[in-house]
Write a protein that binds this ligand. Structure first.
Ligand code: ADP
Ligand code: TZD
Length: 574
């Protein structure tokens, strides 16, 4: 898309009238927004039409949560806020789930929602889709703004974009009442109220003394470890991270969405000796990763209680949130890594031989144990998760451009461990909340934003949360293959029922029939060979496709590998 200037808009508008709808579009276009994810209705239908007719791609969804998840993924993949457009009240609330999830994951996103008339909402007179959306959004987002006058549309959009993407990225809510959207104003005067945000996410350079302190601590470590998180993937500092890791020869561990930042078969990756690495490391450098539940809060016994932490993060308030941070390096990862690479030259950092051997020995044991599990799963009938996943892994190895989206419980844990990633930002998953429902929205954004094919590996329950977006995928003819690991239930499908109704975890579906209703390719696969053949054919076709993999209902663990977080009720008699 060619860049648009304020002068272009002024020239086009001279002597004419414009309205709030066109001004929102102009403000977005001025700020290089090229795609909007949304769902239309009162009062934003014309905004979608105007956008589509004038050069912003509009992708229309079947549910606002999926549209919002798509916008969030777009933000993660592009470093520009993904835009989600919703209608008032219920549509807004559906989208808010995704906006909150984006905020939790530190993805830049702006949800623009139409809203009902202020004078009716504020006196609670019972307007159509009445709701005080601004107040509702506030607790869940990085910031929430309302535009109450057409002359503030440019300011509102600029503020939303800068807030979403600067510092720690997050979700921003922008409320635009119907009256503002519909108001007609002089076009030339209005165009002067719009502007392009200059350098929306300025660099944040680290304090040099702190960088040197980090290097000193690493140099003195006996068992150093680097943890790469999705903040590192987002930062697009791939080359500098690689340089730092390879020059220092430190072992590194990727969090799930940082997989592929360095290839999973990199000799310094300790993904296959993860538990040992966490339990034994004495100095840990966190790069864009939080010590939240996904890292056991940094607590013993999962971690060495004597471990010292270096944390690289753009948000100073993240430091000390779980453990004392010995060296807090506050700055943007690209700048910090550049400084670290430069200053590391004068420091002697390396992983002691003994530590590398300890990790390698453990990795070899774990890989051998896993090889046994994989071998027995390959021939098991009915098919096991690991049988289907090995087939998917082999096909993906031959298709390295593919982006992988992944959600579920067992479907998530086992796919994460089985499927190697070799390129950065090619894996999108349930993330910090462990949320279900991101699947098809993330998949749609992944192909729209990268022009690459997508394989979404879904638990059967997880798929259901956004399943109707199959129609969206088929309508836009997107190269997405959804692979459902269908074990007929939430976690597993063999639970006995306590009544005449199905058990709470039970599900029943032939998902391949769903996509056929929308013109996509539907496959049912009962063996790993059938999974592989279907996936190869589907990817080669470039068409929307769904493979329902029939998995043994007794395969799977309740809550996957976070079963310890699941309270169990006492057994009561009578
Ligand atoms: P993971 O789940 O992969 O461990 P988290 O989402 O917990 O990762 O952590 C990501 C961290 O990265 C957040 O604390 C966020 O503030 C930080 N972050 C995001 N973008 C940047 C950036 N450009 N520079 C520095 N830190 C960043
Ligand atoms: N609702 C939302 C929005 N997010 C959630 N995480 C859940 C409910 C609870 N939940 C999980 O944490 S995993 C999961 C649910 C419903 C689905 C697990 O079943 P699945 O995957 O079929 O997707 P597996 O492979 O059978 O475990």
């Amino acid at each position: 898309m060619t860049a648009v200037t304020v002068e272009d808009i002024e020239a086009a508008d001279s002597g004419a009238l414009t309205d709030g709808i066109h001004l929102v579009f102009d403000a977005l276009r001025l700020n290089s927004v090229d795609t909007i994810y949304g769902l239309v209705g009162i009062p934003i239908t014309d905004l979608a039409r105007v956008a589509q007719a004038s050069g912003i791609r509009y992708i229309g969804f079947r549910h606002e949560s999926a549209a919002g998840h798509a916008a969030a993924a777009a933000g993660f993949l592009t470093q520009r806020p993904g835009i989600c457009l919703t209608v008032s009240a219920p549509g807004f609330l559906n989208g808010l789930v995704a906006l909150a999830n984006a905020t939790t994951n530190c993805f830049p996103m702006v949800q623009i929602s139409g809203s009902s008339e202020r004078h009716l909402v504020d006196l609670q007179r019972g307007d159509y889709e009445e709701m005080d959306q601004l107040s509702a959004a506030k607790p869940f987002v990085k910031a929430a703004y309302r535009v109450s006058r057409t002359q503030d549309i440019g300011r509102g959009v600029a503020r939303a974009i800068r807030t979403a993407v600067s510092g720690r990225p997050g979700g921003v809510y922008l409320d635009i009442p119907a009256a503002v959207l519909g108001e007609a104003v002089d076009a030339a005067a209005a165009s002067k109220t719009l502007w392009r945000v200059v350098n929306p996410s300025p660099r944040q350079l680290p304090d040099l003394e702190t960088v040197d302190a980090a290097l000193d601590l690493l140099a003195g470590a006996e068992r150093p470890l680097i943890v790469l998180g999705k903040g590192a993937a987002y930062a697009r500092a791939d080359e500098r991270i690689r340089q730092f890791v390879e020059r220092t020869r430190l072992p590194f561990l990727p969090m799930s969405m940082a997989k592929g930042l360095l290839p999973d078969d990199h000799p310094q990756s300790v993904a296959t000796s993860r538990s040992l690495a966490l339990r034994r490391a004495d100095v840990v450098m966190l790069i864009g990763a939080r010590l939240n539940w996904l890292l056991g809060h940094g607590d013993a016994p999962q971690w060495n209680s004597e471990a010292k932490f270096i944390q690289i993060d753009i948000d100073a308030s993240e430091m000390d949130s779980n453990q004392p941070i010995a060296v807090p390096v506050v700055g943007d990862i690209a700048s910090v890594m550049q400084t670290l690479v430069e200053r590391a030259k004068s420091t002697r950092i390396s992983a002691p031989e003994q530590w590398r051997e300890e990790l390698t020995t453990k990795a070899a044991q774990n890989v051998a144990r896993m090889a046994d599990r994989l071998a027995s799963a390959r021939t098991a009938h009915p098919m096991k998760f690991l049988g289907a996943l090995q087939a998917i892994r082999d096909v993906l190895r031959d298709n390295p451009r593919v982006c992988v989206v992944n959600e579920g419980a067992n479907a998530l844990d086992l796919a994460r461990n089985t499927i190697g990633m070799y390129r950065p930002r090619r894996r999108l998953d349930s993330g910090t909340w462990g949320v279900m429902g991101i699947g098809l929205g993330y998949a749609i954004a992944a192909t729209v934003e990268t022009s690459e094919p997508v394989v979404a590996i879904e638990g059967d329950s997880a798929f259901g949360f956004s399943g109707m977006e199959l129609e969206t995928i088929c309508r836009y003819k997107l190269p997405i293959v959804i692979v459902i690991l269908n074990n007929s239930g939430v976690y597993r499908g063999d639970e006995a029922s306590g009544s005449d109704d199905p058990a709470p975890t039970r599900l029943e579906a032939h998902h391949e029939l769903m996509i056929r209703a929308f013109g996509g390719l539907g496959y049912r696969a009962e063996t790993p060979d059938e999974v592989a053949a279907a996936l190869r054919e589907a990817l080669a076709s470039g068409r929307p496709a769904l493979i329902d993999c029939v998995i043994d209902p007794s395969d799977g663990t309740e809550s996957g590998n976070i079963a310890h977080l699941n309270p169990k009720g006492i057994s009561r008699k009578g």
